[in-house]
Design a protein around this ligand. Structure first.
Ligand code: PEP
Length: 265
């Protein structure tokens, strides 16, 4: 039995003060016995105060990214150990936006600037491995661009991302992983993937894990769908056999909207 896991990715949307206020409001609304696992991923600078505000609450604090070394001369990077010390116990790795793959086109004067979003399957793998070794829960995100879907390569793209991300990670760790299937064209666009199709691709991901490991590992891994999840589409999505939760962007920024999703779990 896989427990539903709903995670809110606050991205770069809230100041420290706003993040703490949102966390407190969520804590009050959720109470002590939520119907599913619930996480929020504030921006790095708000992790510590949000974790403090959520003390005594079942809400999990997650980070939006991490690095593959504990400490050292890595300007701007944040290790799993630093995240844990700040109060985060989970981390998202390989979100399409850290891979430079955006649902809503990112316009810059010089395309070279986009190289700042430099994640690839190898870096996602290194981050996932190191975060697991540090004792964090990990959400590995994957998903195809619209052009890849139109070219009929969705399954191949997603399977390759998962194979790359899991390289060298033993089954004993993979079974506790969460994978987020997030079609890039559905992120922040209001265009949700049809529930049957989202379920089908989540099934492809589960089969990929089974092929790489074994049936039991594939059956225990939790797979979230992400991409314009809202209260009114959550019920159908979360009711699908291969969808074990949601990774939520925009609708996690208002407690009423986020609770609407959680209450459908
Ligand atoms: C996300 O970025 O993980 C996401 C799913 O965003 P949204 O819900 O806003 O589409």
């Amino acid at each position: 039995m896989r427990r539903i896991f709903v995670a809110g990715n606050w991205k770069m949307n809230k100041t420290v003060e706003e993040s703490v206020a949102l966390a407190k409001e969520l804590k009050a609304a959720l109470g002590h016995n939520p119907p599913c696992d619930v996480a929020v991923a504030p921006t790095y600078v708000a992790i510590y105060p949000v974790a403090q505000a959520l003390e005594g609450s079942p809400v999990i604090v997650a980070a939006q990214n991490t690095f593959w070394k504990e400490s050292g001369a890595y300007t701007s990077q944040v290790s799993p150990q630093l995240l844990k010390a700040a109060g985060a116990s989970w981390v998202i790795v390989g979100h399409s936006e850290t891979r430079g793959r955006f649902g809503v086109e990112e316009k810059v004067e010089n395309e070279d600037a986009l190289k700042v979003f430099g994640d690839n399957d190898a870096s996602v793998n290194a981050k996932a491995k190191f975060a697991i070794a540090a004792g964090m829960g990990v959400i590995v995100a994957c998903g195809e661009l619209l052009s890849e879907r139109q070219a009929g390569t969705t399954d191949a793209v997603v399977s390759a991302q998962i194979e790359g991300a899991l390289k060298g990670i033993p089954a004993s760790d993979v079974k506790d992983l969460v994978i987020a299937y997030e079609p890039v064209w559905a992120i922040g666009t209001g265009e949700v993937c049809a529930a049957d199709e989202a379920d089908r691709v989540c099934g492809v991901i589960r089969d990929t894990v089974k092929k790489l490991y074994d049936d039991a590992t594939g059956e225990s891994v939790r797979i979230q769908y992400g991409g314009s999840v809202k209260a009114d589409n959550a019920k159908e999505l979360l009711g699908k056999p291969n969808i074990d939760g949601a990774l939520v962007g925009g609708a996690s920024l208002k407690v009423a909207d986020f609770m609407g999703i959680i209450n459908n779990a």
